[in-house]
Design a protein around this ligand. Structure first.
Ligand SMILES: [Zn+2]
Length: 292
């Protein structure tokens, strides 16, 4: 009698233990597939600030010719199954933020959030990031470079040489990137450079704005082909206008790069995203949401 009563209890216990074991095993398996290593390439867009009050005449435009004279300053994290890439790292260094959490303004630029806090929200520290690359060396793209001195820097020799020349180029503050001098560095000498070796994340040469200006092409599974175009353009109205900013490193080169990139985008069905496009940026998903 006793046995009869016990047996179902034992069976129930064994059954429950079995279910628990399966649940634990499934959880362990899920933990193995770490959320930081997605199956497909992801693009996260961070808010690294705004630039307001610039005179459109700097870009050879009249105020009434453009919808928004303001710039947005995005930073981008690309997460590939094989590693991570930070593309452009802001206009205001994180270290300028005080503990009060208030926005920081420097000249015409304002940032309301640190880049580090936005990385942390996704579970990353700057030292976790595999690669650092900039579209170009201007101060509104490189402010947090020193945070990524442990990453491998992907840069064109002509751009790096200008950054570390005795007389640095205009619109840069070498203090914000001086630690890159000793970083592990890949000097990119070919037109297209495959960052992770899987054909999904490509840096492409588009010089003129600066000597080694480059763009980033992402082949995303669901979103399709996207180009982060650096400062190939600033305003959408520049496209097809034949007008380039007044402060180009080489105006003819910029025009040639633009023509080449427009052809490329048409042929490869690639969406071109102008990084500073204020109104365009408002429509984009921001981290922790992502494009994949
Ligand atoms: Zn810029």
């Amino acid at each position: 009698m006793n046995l009869r009563v016990r047996t179902p209890r034992v069976l129930a216990f064994v059954l429950l233990a079995g279910i628990a074991a399966v649940v634990f095993a499934a959880a362990a398996l899920a933990a193995d597939v770490h959320p930081k290593v997605p199956k497909d390439v992801r693009l996260y867009i961070f808010d690294c600030g705004t630039i307001k009050g610039l005179d459109p005449a700097l870009f050879n435009f009249k105020r009434e010719e453009i919808k928004s004279p303001d710039f947005v300053v995005p930073c981008f994290l690309i997460v590939d199954p094989r590693g991570t890439l930070m593309w452009d790292v802001g206009v205001i260094p994180d270290e300028m933020f005080k503990d009060d959490g208030k926005p920081v303004t420097q000249g015409v630029s304002t940032a309301t959030r640190t880049l580090k806090s936005q990385l942390a929200e996704l579970g990353y520290k700057p030292e976790d990031i595999t690669y650092l690359a900039h579209s170009h060396y201007h101060g509104d793209h490189i402010a947090n470079s020193n945070e990524f001195a442990d990453s491998t820097w992907l840069v064109r020799p002509i751009e790096r040489d200008a950054m570390f020349a005795e007389k640095p180029p205009q619109l840069v503050d070498p203090k914000t990137y001086n630690k890159l001098r000793n970083s592990q560095t890949v000097l990119i000498t070919k037109d297209e450079y495959d960052v992770f070796g899987d054909g999904k994340v490509i840096i492409k040469s588009a010089p003129g704005h600066t000597p080694g200006h480059q763009v980033l092409i992402l082949h995303l599974k669901h979103t399709g082909n996207v180009m982060l175009a650096g400062d190939l353009y600033h305003y959408p109205e520049e496209r097809g206008s034949g007008r380039v900013p007044t402060f180009e490193y080489n105006k003819e080169q910029s025009l040639a790069s633009r023509a080449m990139i427009e052809d490329y985008c048409k042929e490869t069905h690639t969406q071109l995203w102008i990084e500073h496009d204020y109104l365009g940026n408002q429509k984009l998903k921001k981290s922790p949401k992502f494009y994949d």
